[in-house]
Design a protein around this ligand. Structure first.
Ligand code: ZN
Length: 412
């Protein structure tokens, strides 16, 4: 019986969203939180994009140090040999890749404008898989962009070719959020049964079904005899109407009617990280969590009307499927309303030592404090908002890594 694994793509689909972005330190913190949560794989960035190089290499160093273990850190790139070679040149220690190419006739004609045929698409993809393997990739996913609008026979051929060339997973991209739970289930089951390759579900919310499509697709993969990998983002942040939401998908898998009895997560997930990771992503992206957001919205456990309030007080299970503390909620939020000393890009040593003292960080001497302060200043230059406690602790604990994360060297 196949299992369900989570591949979070916040640091790829999330950051490529219009009007939104994350600093390299924020991306690193997200990898750390995903790892603590037990998520299988973080699609952590773009190995062919030069300004990502220091961040990607520094995060792979954190993996070598055991800090980012056991999570897989995977890069996303186009399925062409040139990009695979560039990725290994800029990020030599990268071991997990997803290679993407368009598969619908709409995109093959509309994007490649007659320069590529369906056969060329398969050829580019298989050459890229071969190159990635030859250069040292340990796991390779192939992404069929716009798969939900592609011809099913062509997708079968594409997935079979990927498997024959040693790809580990086939990513079914519902790039435009066109599927519904009924269509994606049938398509994925057919793909799983006929190709024998594990399937990733990459679903978007243009029609409001990204979470339900992910679950239905995972069921299709498992019923078809394969493992399922669901692509999520934190708070559903992603292109246009967004992606499947990490916490919603985890709750749907573990709490929805009759599902968890048959379809199980492959890795133990610590749901109690939900509140923390959702709050951090909201702060880092600068996007508030809607009050009615699944699990982590302010109203997700609020009751006011007479019958509901009376019922939940008598027995929470009358009106709640699961408890707030399972998601790490319940602690009062500390909001400073009096005098506050912040650490920022123009901070001095005295204020900084005060801030760090409040989170129990002591420095051996003034030089050490100055070095950490300088890194905090640079981190603030990049994020343009006060660092959270976990970021300050990270910089104090791993200053050499922080320095690499904060280094940008354009036009080199
Ligand atoms: Zn996407």
């Amino acid at each position: 019986m196949g299992k369900i694994f989570i591949i979070d793509v916040t640091n790829r689909d999330g950051v490529q969203t219009a009007k939104l972005g994350l600093s390299k330190l924020e991306k690193t913190m997200i990898n750390i939180f995903l790892n603590e949560m037990g998520v299988f794989h973080s699609e952590f960035g773009f190995p062919t994009t030069r300004h990502e190089s220091h961040y990607l290499n520094a995060n792979l160093e954190l993996a070598d140090m055991g800090v980012l273990q056991p999570i897989h850190l995977g890069g996303w790139l186009r399925a062409i040999v040139k990009d695979v070679e560039t990725a290994f040149k800029l990020v030599p220690r990268i071991r997990h890749l997803n290679l993407s190419i368009s598969t619908s006739d709409q995109m093959i004609h509309g994007k490649f404008q007659g320069k590529k045929s369906r056969d060329d698409v398969i050829n580019d993809m298989t050459e890229a898989v071969d190159a990635a393997r030859a250069l040292g990739a340990e796991s390779i996913g192939v992404n069929a962009e716009d798969a939900s609008r592609a011809d099913l026979d062509f997708l079968l051929k594409f997935a079979m070719a990927a498997k024959e060339h040693g790809a580990d997973r086939f990513r079914y991209c519902d790039t435009l959020g066109y599927d519904n739970p009924f269509t994606i289930y049938e398509t994925i089951k057919t793909l799983a049964e006929n190709t024998g390759i594990p399937i990733e579900l990459h679903c978007h919310g243009d029609l409001g079904m990204s979470n339900s499509n992910s679950i239905a697709g995972a069921k299709g993969a498992i019923d078809g005899g394969q493992d399922a990998y669901i692509n999520t983002t934190i708070n559903g942040i992603g292109e246009r109407a967004g992606n499947a939401d990490l916490v919603s998908v985890l709750l749907a898998i573990t709490k929805s009617k009759g599902f968890a009895e048959k379809y199980k997560l492959g890795d133990p997930i610590d749901l109690s990280m939900s509140w923390k990771i959702a709050k951090f992503a909201s702060y880092a992206f600068g996007v508030p969590i809607p009050i009615n957001q699944t699990g982590v919205g302010i109203n997700a456990f609020s009751h006011e009307s007479g019958i509901h309030a009376d019922g939940v007080l008598k027995d929470p299970e009358n009106y709640e499927l699961f408890s707030y503390d399972e998601l790490g909620r319940g602690e009062p939020d500390f909001v400073e309303t009096g005098r506050e000393i912040c650490a920022g890009e123009y901070s001095g040593i005295s204020g900084f030592r005060h801030v760090m003292g409040q989170i129990d960080v002591e420095f051996a001497n003034r030089d050490e404090a100055n070095e950490i302060l300088e890194l905090v200043r640079y981190a603030n230059v990049e994020s343009q908002k006060p660092l959270v406690e976990d970021e300050l602790l990270f910089i104090a604990k791993y200053p050499k890594i922080a320095k690499k994360l904060l280094t940008l060297t354009p036009l080199e």
